[in-house]
Design a protein around this ligand. Structure first.
Ligand code: NAD
Ligand code: IPM
Ligand code: MN
Length: 374
């Protein structure tokens, strides 16, 4: 291992379980830095509900400036029930969406890898989830989330209608399709493109554009699937998928669904690439139902930190070490409550899970050093 990589990370814990899980991701990153002589510098900044409370905005200017000046952003989650009555542009979630737009990353990678130890935690049958290893590539800056016009039609002070626009430009589809095909080349060379081309014009453009991009990747197999059928196949035959390419809203929904392969949303990580600064965040939200109790699963956040080392820092070995440490701790029978099953040997809280993963990581690195020394 070469050592001495310097990485400036903007840390945005956010709301609910966000601070609880990001604390563990930082613990593991600090363990990597110490073990491998890297220099990871963290700057903690407010986002979401906590930023509205302290600064009157879900994305204060200071937070955005610091993110833009960093090499990577690690975010926990945003959203809190006290803001649920607010219109979309004033909610904590608006802070995250503005941040995504400002950082410019248009490809959100959400890997879903089956963990043998978690098979009993999944509601799906073990023979169906065995070998599931898919990568959802979600378009992150277009579609219903950002298109204009949007809003409410108000009559006599009462909202009588509401509307959103679903618009995609061909270049937005092309750039994310290239990311999917390139990812497929490093995997099993198969892209499943998701759309609703039997109903929507945007999906017809999506399908035609993806098919055109596919011509530059003759070594990658492309299939098109309607989103409703995809939702069904993701739980009935998850192992049939390699790379799943989807527009913004479809990708959002399908990734939560795919999480059931591992029994809990708490295990899924994500990386957003293609912009000026990469953004890493677990797929789950602020989980107000369990926040503040020290029981949230930090694996999604820790695995997001591993993706940060892989994609931004290009520290592939360190990323793999973290993933191996997670696997070893799960294989040893440790589980946070959301992963608890008949095969769990010990139920642990958020901090203990983070500590166990950091310890496993230290052993993995030491073992490799000892092996290379002989
Ligand atoms: P959620 O992902 O917060 O929770 C869904 C369910 O999964 C809950 O039962 C929760 O307890 C469980 N869960 C989620 N993460 C977990 C973890 N790490 N460990 C254990 N269990 C976990 O989704 P929701 O309840 O629909 O939304 C809550 C809030 O989070 C909303 O305000 C929503 O807008 C926001 N949200 C934010 C993000 C983000 O910041 N990236 C993502 C999704 C939802
Ligand atoms: C996600 C979340 C966000 C999204 C929300 C909180 C804006 O659900 O990252 O999956 O819809 O993109
Ligand atoms: Mn989501």
């Amino acid at each position: 291992m070469k050592g001495e990589m310097k990485l400036r990370i903007a840390l945005l814990p956010g709301d609910g379980i966000g601070p609880e899980v990001t604390r563990e991701a930082v613990r593991v990153l600090q363990a990597v830095a110490e073990l491998c002589s890297h220099d990871f510098e963290f700057q903690e900044l407010p986002v979401g509900g906590v930023a509205i409370r302290e600064h009157g905005s879900p994305l204060p200017v200071n937070t955005l400036d610091a993110c833009l000046a960093s090499q990577a952003v690690l975010l926990g989650a945003v959203g809190a029930p006290e803001y649920d009555h607010l219109p979309p542009d004033r909610r904590p979630e608006a802070g995250l969406l503005t941040l995504r737009q400002a950082l410019g990353g248009f490809a959100n990678l959400r890997p879903v890898v089956f963990h043998e130890a978690l098979a009993p935690a999944s509601p799906l049958r073990p023979e169906k989830i065995k070998n599931a290893d898919l990568l959802i590539v979600r378009e992150l800056l277009g579609g219903l989330y950002f298109s204009e016009p949007r809003g409410f039609t108000v009559e006599d002070g009462v909202a009588v209608a509401a509307y959103n626009t679903l618009r995609y430009e061909a270049h937005e589809i092309e750039r994310v399709a290239h990311v999917a095909f390139q990812a497929a080349r490093r995997r099993r060379r198969r892209v499943t493109s998701v759309d609703k081309a039997n109903v929507l014009e945007t999906s017809q453009l999506w399908r035609a554009t993806v098919a055109r991009v596919a011509r530059s990747y003759p070594d990658v197999e492309l299939e098109h699937i309607y989103v409703d059928a995809c939702a069904m196949r993701l739980v009935s035959e998850p192992a049939r998928f390699d790379v799943v390419l989807a527009e913004n809203l479809f990708g959002d929904i399908l990734s939560d669904e795919a999480a059931v392969v591992n029994g809990s949303l708490g295990t899924l990580a994500s990386a957003t690439i293609g912009g000026t600064v990469d953004l890493y965040e677990p797929v789950h939200g602020s989980a107000p139902d369990i926040a503040g109790r020290g029981i949230a699963n930090p694996i999604g956040a820790i695995a997001s930190a591993a993706l940060m080392l892989r994609y931004t820092a290009r520290l592939e070995q360190e990323a793999r070490d973290i993933e191996m440490a997670i696997k070893q701790v799960l294989d040893a029978g440790y589980a946070t409550p959301d992963l608890q099953s008949a095969s769990t040997r010990c139920v642990v809280g958020t901090a203990e899970m983070g500590q166990l993963i950091a310890e496993a990581l230290a052993e993995i690195v030491d073992l490799r050093r000892a092996y290379h020394a002989v």
